[in-house]
Design a protein around this ligand. Sequence first.
Ligand code: ATP
Length: 477
Amino acid sequence: MNMRADQETTLAGTPAAAALPAVADLDTIVSLAKRRGFVFPSSEIYGGINAVWDYGPLGVELKNNVKRAWWRSIVQERNDVVGLDAGILMHPQVWRTSGHVGSFSDPLVECTACKRRYRLDELPGTGDLTPTQIADPEIVAKLALVCPDCAGTLTAPRRFNLMFKTFMGPVEEDASVIFLRPETAQGAYVQHRNVREAARKKIPFGIAQIGKSFRNEISPGNFVFRMREFEQMELQMFVRPDEAATAAFDEWLPRRLAWYKAYGVSPERLRIREHAPDELAHYAKRAIDVEYRFPFGWKELEGIHNRGDFDLSRHAAESGENLDFFDPATETSFTPWVVEAAAGADRAAFTFLIDAYREEEVRGEKRVVLALNPELAPYKVAVLPLLKKRDDLVEKAHAIRDGLAKEFPAVYDDTAAIGKLYRRQDEIGTPWCICVDVESLDDNAVTIRDRDTMEQERVSTDRLQEFFLTKLRAARP
Ligand code: ATP
């Protein structure tokens, strides 16, 4: 195996080749996700649509929490980064200038017998190919690659553009073709001058954006890992040229790694991988992927890129607008360079879900726990009456939930016996359960059970809000 030094070791210093996934079989997560309402196949009653997934009640909470956690660390806590929400549809020239129309493509091969299509670099036996080899038109013959489904002959690779096209306006003609954005970054580049001036920022400053992107992936799969419609969380730092960009790159890489670790991803399943010179995207001067050991191998979670002045100088040249920054201190102008941290909201949520999954044995029974950071957990608290037939207990439990729900997501449940209700909350990662029992009516106190330690403590109902808010604050990285 031709592994480079940077990818041989995990962030914990252990050998990457020996890293075990948090869950051996992806199906464990897929079935939990469907059963408990994290993720459903899109349009399932019509047989689904490939590589599009819908987030159910718990999934939407989890993904929103991931996006909030990212926004807090990237925008809220920093004085040099501001937010943007650009449109999914943009002027088609944006994508010609950015290079996406010309080169945002993957190598496609087709089976001449069964007509199935594959991404060349995902065929069995191509894992160690260099980008130069992948671009070789003879590569299929040289490696004697055949269709993995029917062993039929494969065509030579051709480039397949990943952008979805649609039409703007009432006439479906070439002149009205526009694209669904394949990344959010271009919104930040074309708006960077407006944002900088309106927010009164000087270089260096950053624009952060979370939003949908679309890619017509040739071989999507592995659940929500590779989708055709997905959400990105992207930061573009606009910095001075050369050394300043190198410094920004060196600052943001560890910062982003620390974010994943702080939210519970095991360092033994994280590593970095630097792109080889022949692998670098057309815009990149340097690129490092943050990778996670998924059940299906080491795969990218996020990319940190030094994009040089590629984006702004191209957009300036093509639009005729001056996108340079004038520095009043030195009375000179320059085209800012861009350092980007490009993450996927779905991939991050998926990673937190997988990495939090635990199976334990408690008193001879299997207990499934999602040890999610409380900030990411869909519900923070579940309020459970000990006896669902006692109206007074039910009423009190509802009142407690209603009070807490003003501060954070809290859920009421009485559809099973208390032991089972605890297990159900463990499985979806609820950090704390409140049991309202008969005594609660007299002493105005409830039992709080901790998801991880399963320890219980009695707390007065007057103190509940403060109790949980303190815990939530303490759990926040
Ligand atoms: P990959 O190598 O997995 O195709 P990429 O290098 O094309 O990813 P970028 O263009 O750098 O990815 O996009 C930034 C981030 O957006 C990725 O790290 C990933 O988290 C997310 N992302 C990209 N494509 C998809 C997809 N098809 N489905 C879900 N998330 C995606």
